[in-house]
Design a protein around this ligand. Sequence first.
Ligand code: A3P
Length: 348
Amino acid sequence: MAEEKSKSSSDLSHLPKHFHEDEEHLSQECKNLIATLPTEMAVMNVPIHQYNGFWFSKKHIQGILNFQNHYQSHDSDILLVTFPKAGTTWLKALTFTILNRKTYDPKPTRTPQNPHPLLTSSPHDLVPFVEYCDDLQKAIAYAGSFSSSSSPRLLQCQVPYVLLPESVKQSGCNIVYLCRNPKDLFVSSWKFMNKLLEAEGQGLVSIEDAFEKFCEGLVGYGPFWDHMLGYHKESLKSPEKVMFLRYEQLKSEPVRVVKNLAEFMGCGFSQEEEKDGNVAADILELCSFESLSNMEVNKPGNSWRNIENNAFFRRGEVGDWKNFFTFDMVQRLNVITEEKLEKHGLKF
Ligand code: A3P
C-alpha cells in the first residue's frame, strides 16, 4: 500500500509536461539542492519544494538556478516580474510595443509593409521568460532581433525578489512588477490548469482542491501574498528601480499607466506624441484583449512551449471571481489577504 502511494506520487508521467520535468533534465546542483528542501504535495499530487520560503516544482528550481548562474544583467535591462496569471501576456505585449514604437507602428494598418511582430509572434516569444529558456542567451538574441538596436533588453520572470540573481539587484536593471487581485488570479490559474489538463484528455481539478492549495500557499511560486510583498517593499524603498503595478489599474486607467510605463522604461512620450494623443491609445488598442486574442498567431494551432497560445486569453476581466466563489471562499481569502497585506498598506 505504502509502495503504491509512493509510486503514484513520484510517477507524474501521466500529467501534462507543463506540470513536471523529467528528473533526467535536472542538473546535479539542482538535485542536490532539492534533496535538502522541505517537500509537500500540490494539486494532482505533484511534489513541490520550499526554497527560501517559496514553493516550486523541480523544473522551476532548475529554471531559477539557470537564471542565477547564467544571467548577467545589463544596466539598461528591464525585467518584468509577475505571479502566474497576473497578466504577464498583456504586460509583455504593452512593454514591447511601447519600447519599439519607433520601429514598429503601434497602428499596424498604417505600415502593412512593416508588420508589427505581435501579428506573427506570441508576446511570450518577443519577451523571453528567463527561467523557462533552455538557452537563455539564444532566447535573448532572438527577442532582441525584433527590437531596435537602441532598445533595452526586455525580459520576464516569475522569481520572488529574494531569489533574483545578484546582478539584477546590484545593476541599474529596472523591474516592473505586475500583481492582481488574488480572487481573479486564483480563478484564472485554476481555469488555466484545467485547460491544460483537458487538452491532454486528463481529469480536471476541482475548484475546492485548487482553492485549498492556493490558500495554503502550496502553488508554484507561492505563497502569492509573500511574492507580491517582496516586490512591494522594494518598490517603496527604491521606486526608481521597482515599479509596482496592478492589473486592475491597467484596466481602470490604461492611458495613465501606459504613459508611466514609458517614462519608467526611459522612453517617455515626447511632446509631439503627447499632443497627438493617439499613441497611447494605439498601443492600448493593439494590445487589448480583443485585438491580441483575435490574432491568427494566438488562435488554436500555435503554441509556446507546448501550451496553445490561446490558453493565455480567457476573459480578461476584473471581478470574474464572483461567478465562482462561494460565500465561505470569499470570507477565507479576505481574512488571509487582510492578515498578510493590510499592515503593509496594501488592499484588494
Ligand atoms: P483571465 O483568466 O482572468 O481571463 P498571464 O498572462 O499571467 O498568464 O495571465 C493570464 C490572464 O490575463 C488571463 O486572465 C487572460 O485572459 C488575461 N489577459 C491576457 N491578455 C490580456 C489583455 N490583453 N488584456 C487583459 N487581460 C488579458
